[in-house]
Each structure stands twice: as structure tokens, then as C-alpha cells.
Ligand binder design. Structure first.
Ligand SMILES: [Zn+2]
Ligand SMILES: [Zn+2]
Length: 449
């Protein structure tokens, strides 16, 4: 990514590697078919005819039968630092990202304390330069301390390197506060990412309000809690000619509200998570129900189908994991008491590949496009396989079957929504920001040096 100046990672030597006879797929750049991918000093130097690249000094990887995609970009992760390093930190969270094929992530600001000052942003950027395996960007909060009352010093935060702003974890309840934030955005830039939820409609809800919540006797969060806030905020954004990004769409009504806002000319982008695309609130009936407790909640099959349609028609720009690590003791509780959130970085590609691509619901190219689609909403360049670009590559074995969690996780937490599931498709090697950021241990067999 050309503007990776705004992202921070541990610096190291640029990769010199040849992926021999890889099957390439980069639908946005129009790159397809078998090539030798020659990476020199961290850049894609050449896409040569299969088998033709000279070995030279570079490490050569036998990639015959493997797929090389533009590496993925996740605009929504929780790295839990400062304050909750027992769940995750920059080092473990970005290792987890690299293992999932991601070449960049954007960290949310709902830490403890929340990221509300320039000094907070600077400290995180410094920590990322020391320990991040993949380029990492940081959002700052919209409101001071996420209290929802006063705006942060947005211009100062931008100067300190905040990529944008979000009170994620909480909605921005006050329309007036959001309006003022969008007015400041005109002066200082930075996309505002919104967790859309009306607290008065969500109430004490624990899961989607519908037939499953009724059967289980659990308080529900209605779909309109999300969609009415999207409609409100899109209208404010249009009025102020501002740029907003809607996080983790979960409901059919929300897809419709976003589609209508785009049609009306709003500068709005949207994301959906692998878990909302792959599973429904039926999972909450299971014995392991707290594994499926998150906010926004899993919804119905109708909602899931609407999200898939939104992914297809471009209403949903990107897949974002909302990777939200929690310690075991925060999940091994009653459904009412358990923490909200699931991890997702290491399984995003494989889960959607297994559940949506293999059955033919969506094309592989669409998955690849949407997994790399999270950079542009934040003003960053989309990862690409085009010659001359910084090397950001996910090398995947589409036929590899594996059981989630069997070999542990790179994340410090194990609250994966698909733990124990058998998935097809695995990331073997990730080049992120021009450096080799991840290599699956068992994959060393395929490597000749
Ligand atoms: Zn959220
Ligand atoms: Zn989140």
C-alpha cells in the first residue's frame, strides 16, 4: 500500500522471494492465471511465465497448485491494548492477522483508557513499530473517553497519525455530536466509522430479537436498532457532505438502508463480518452458546441472505472480522453474563471460502475482492498483485482441510466463533508491507532455498 506511511509495523528487510507457478487472482487489477511471482526487495518486480523466473539470490517457493491473492486488509480489529493485554496485544493480534493472510489492520479505539489523545495515538504507533507483524493503523475515539458528550481534538489526533475516528463498542447516541464530528472532518479528514445501534431499542437485549430469542426466553435486540441509526447517520452525512463507514452490518433492513443511502449519493461504505455472512442465531441454541454471543448479534437466514446479496451488489464494500478477543473466563459464564465478541482473523478466508465459495453461493474472485476492500474506505490503497507495487500477497491452498483451533491460535484468545469446525482452504504464506509476515510451519516442506 503506497500510503503505508500512515500505518506502522516492525521494519525489516524487504522480501526476496519467487512464488513459482502460482495461480494468481486479482480481479480488481485484472490479473489471472499461472505466473512466477518475483518479489525483489519487498516489491512485485515481475509476473513471469510459469517456470521461467531465474532463481538468483531469492528464496524459491514451489507454488504449483497454490493460489496467490492480493493479501487481505481488515479495517476492524480489537487489539485490546492498552488495558486488556491478557486478551491480546499488538504483537499477538498482528501475528493472528498475518496467519489469516492479512497485510494490514485497523485497530479500534475502545481500549482502556480509550484512544482519545495525541499521546495515546503516538504510544500505539511506537508500539506497532516495535512489534507489529503487519502494517497497523489506529483510530481515535470520536468522543472524549467514549463518553458520548464532548468531541476529541480531532485535528490534533489526525496530526498524531490517527487514520480516522470511531467510538466502536458504542454508538454515537447524539445526532448533534455526530454532526459536529462530521463538520470537523471537513477540516482534518479521517473517515468516521460507526457502530450503529440505538441503545433505546437494544435495551438489555442479548441476542437477535426473533423466534429463537423467544424460544430461549432471552431479551432480544431488534434489527431496527441498527437500521434506523444507519438511516439517521447517512442523512446527516449527506447533509454535511461527509464520509462515513458503517461497521458490521447484521440485518436485512440495514443492507437496505445502506443501499438507499448509496443510491441517494451518500459518501458511505460498509462492512460485514464472516460470522454474520456464514451463520445465524440458530447457533445460540447450542450448548456452547456464549461462543456465538456478539454485538451486533447473529440474525436470521433472511438477514444472512441479504448480507450476501449486499456483498454481491457492492452495497457491502468489504469483509471485516471485528476480531474481538476475550479470555476464557469471560466467556465461560451464563449467556447473560458472558462477554460479547469473537475472534476471526485466522479463519476469515477459510470460513467464507468453505461456507460461501465452495457451495457456489459467491465466486472466489468476489471473496478476494471484498477481503481486500477494507483499505479504500480509510483512504489507503487497496493491496494488489500489479507489477511495481509493494508486495502484499496471501498464498493459499484452496484444497487444504484443517480443524480450527487444533494447533492453537496466534491470537492470545481462543474465542473463535468457528472453533472445532473443519474448514477447507488455508493461508500458507503471507507477505505484508513487503516483508514475509507469516509462514505456516508445515509448509516449509514446499520451500527450497
Ligand atoms: Zn461494534
Ligand atoms: Zn468492534
Amino acid at each position: 500500500m503506497a500510503n503505508s506511511a500512515q500505518l506502522d509495523a516492525r521494519s525489516g528487510p524487504g522480501a526476496d522471494v519467487i512464488l513459482r507457478e502460482a495461480t494468481l487472482l486479482d480481479p480488481v487489477a485484472g490479473i489471472e492465471g499461472s505466473h512466477d511471482v518475483v518479489v525483489r526487495a519487498g516489491r512485485i518486480a515481475e509476473l513471469a511465465a510459469p517456470g521461467s523466473a531465474e532463481d538468483g539470490e531469492a528464496e524459491t517457493v514451489d507454488a504449483a497448485g497454490l493460489h496467490a491473492f492480493p493479501a487481505f486488509f481488515d479495517p476492524h480489529v480489537h487489539l485490546r491494548t492498552p488495558g486488556h493485554e491478557h486478551k491480546e496485544d499488538i504483537e499477538t493480534g498482528t501475528r493472528s492477522a498475518a496467519a489469516g493472510g492479512f497485510c494490514g489492520v485497523i485497530a479500534m479505539a475502545n481500549t482502556e483508557p480509550p484512544v482519545s489523545t495525541a499521546a495515546d495515538v503516538e504510544a500505539l504507533r511506537e508500539a506497532a513499530r516495535e512489534g507489529a507483524s503487519v502494517p497497523t493503523g489506529f483510530l481515535a475515539t470520536v468522543s472524549k473517553g467514549m463518553a458520548g458528550a464532548e468531541l476529541t481534538e480531532m485535528a490534533e489526533l489526525r496530526e498524531a497519525g490517527a487514520l480516522g475516528f470511531s467510538d466502536d463498542g458504542l454508538p454515537i447516541r447524539s445526532a448533534g455530536l455526530l454532526r459536529r464530528a462530521l463538520q470537523y472532518q471537513r477540516l482534518c479528514g479521517g473517515t468516521i466509522a460507526l457502530h450503529e445501534e440505538d441503545p433505546e431499542l437494544s435495551g438489555d437485549g442479548l441476542m437477535h430479537e426473533g423466534s429463537v430469542s423467544a424460544a430461549l426466553g432471552l431479551a432480544g435486540v431488534p434489527s431496527i436498532s441498527e437500521s434506523t441509526m444507519i438511516a439517521r447517520d447517512a442523512a446527516i452525512a449527506v447533509y454535511e457532505d461527509a464520509r462515513i463507514h458503517v461497521q458490521h452490518l447484521s440485518a436485512a433492513e440495514s443492507v437496505e438502508a445502506t443501499r438507499a443511502a448509496k443510491a441517494a449519493g451518500a459518501r458511505i461504505s460498509a462492512e460485514a463480518t464472516p460470522h454474520h455472512l456464514c451463520i445465524t442465531d440458530e447457533e445460540v441454541r447450542s450448548l456452547d452458546a456464549t461462543r456465538f454471543k456478539m454485538n451486533p448479534p447473529l440474525r436470521t437466514e433472511v438477514d444472512r441472505q441479504a448480507l450476501i446479496e449486499g456483498l454481491r451488489d457492492g452495497t457491502i464494500d468489504c469483509i471485516a472480522t471485528d476480531h474481538a478477543p476475550h479470555a476464557a473466563e469471560e466467556k465461560e459464564l451464563t449467556f447473560e453474563g458472558a462477554a460479547m465478541g469473537v475472534t476471526g482473523l485466522e479463519t476469515a478466508f477459510a470460513a467464507v471460502h468453505t461456507d460461501l465459495v465452495l457451495p457456489g453461493t459467491i465466486e472466489l474472485g468476489l471473496l478476494v475482492e471484498r477481503l481486500a476492500g477494507g483499505a479504500e474506505p480509510f483512504g489507503l490503497e487497496r493491496p494488489t498483485l500489479a507489477v511495481g507495487s509493494e508486495a502484499n500477497i496471501a498464498l493459499c491452498d484452496l484444497g487444504a482441510e484443517w480443524t480450527v483451533g487444533e494447533d492453537g491460535y496466534e491470537s492470545r484468545s481462543a474465542n473463535s466463533w468457528c472453533a472445532g469446525r473443519r474448514l477447507t482452504g488455508r493461508v500458507l504464506l503471507t507477505v505484508a508491507g513487503g516483508q514475509v509476515a507469516f509462514r505456516l510451519r508445515s509448509f516449509s516442506l514446499g520451500v527450497a532455498t
